[in-house]
Ligand binder design. Sequence first.
Ligand code: HSE
Length: 314
Amino acid sequence: MKTQKSVTVFAPATVANVAVGFDILGFAIDAVGDTVTVSWNDQAEVIIEPLDGIENAGSISTIASKNTAGLPLIKMLADHRPGFGLKVKITKGIPLGSGMGGSAASAVGAVVAANILLGTNLSREQLLTYALEGEAVASGSKHSDNIAPCLYGGLTLTRPGDEPDVISIPYPSELYCVLVHPSMVLNTKDARAVLKKEITLKSHSEQAARLAAFITGCCTSDFKLIQKGLEDILIEPARAPLIPGFYEVKKAAMGAGVLGCSISGAGPSVFAFTQNLEIANRAKEAMILAFQRSGSLAAQGWISPIRKKGATQP
Ligand code: HSE
């Protein structure tokens, strides 16, 4: 039954991988996100309106089955058959191809809004499954490290599988993220293509130990452990050459005193963690300058605590 004409949802940007949790770890931030409005369409189909609020909007398909917000809604309509279709309007706050979880935000925003509009009362686990269809459109792989924190908020660990488990990890409230986005596009598919398909047992153990240290540090508010954990030996070395000036940007952040610094998601954005707002401000300015000087790239930055809430009506 149509009780309201449309529903608008804010879906936050997210930092996936968090250095040591490739494809399984991610957190939401407060500073930036996408706004998704879903309304009724008299025809029993999904219509994607052209994107608002962003450059290069033409590079995103408005064919629903090829759109990160469209495909999840096609599947929802097929399962719940309300007798009407849906229209989707996305205002992008998250730059395209930035490694800030833009495709996840559009998919999550769409399924959360549609769930309210259709009155389907689906659980977050069910919404996650639909939203993952959208992630696969964008990157060719159904990883949930952006989808889960965008939907649940906070810092999440996902055990992959047909029915993924999402575990919300406690974290210290005085942990701030510095996120810097250089003005270039890096497609997730391209950033995945440079990764080795196999790793050695030794490097697996080393990375697993860091992941365990990072998570234990978050659970116990032990900043020393968080610092020790935040070093990616597997993915960062392969992707760094795709991001002009990456190592200088990282050096600038570490020089400002952050706990750790790495690539946000598939890049090219770079994130750092600190427990001190003054250090966060210094790091942000130093990272932006390093992108300009060493990467010849203009950059913009945000400072944000980890966002507690996932995608919600504003
Ligand atoms: N875990 C993904 C990757 C995040 O690093 O390729 C991007 O969606």
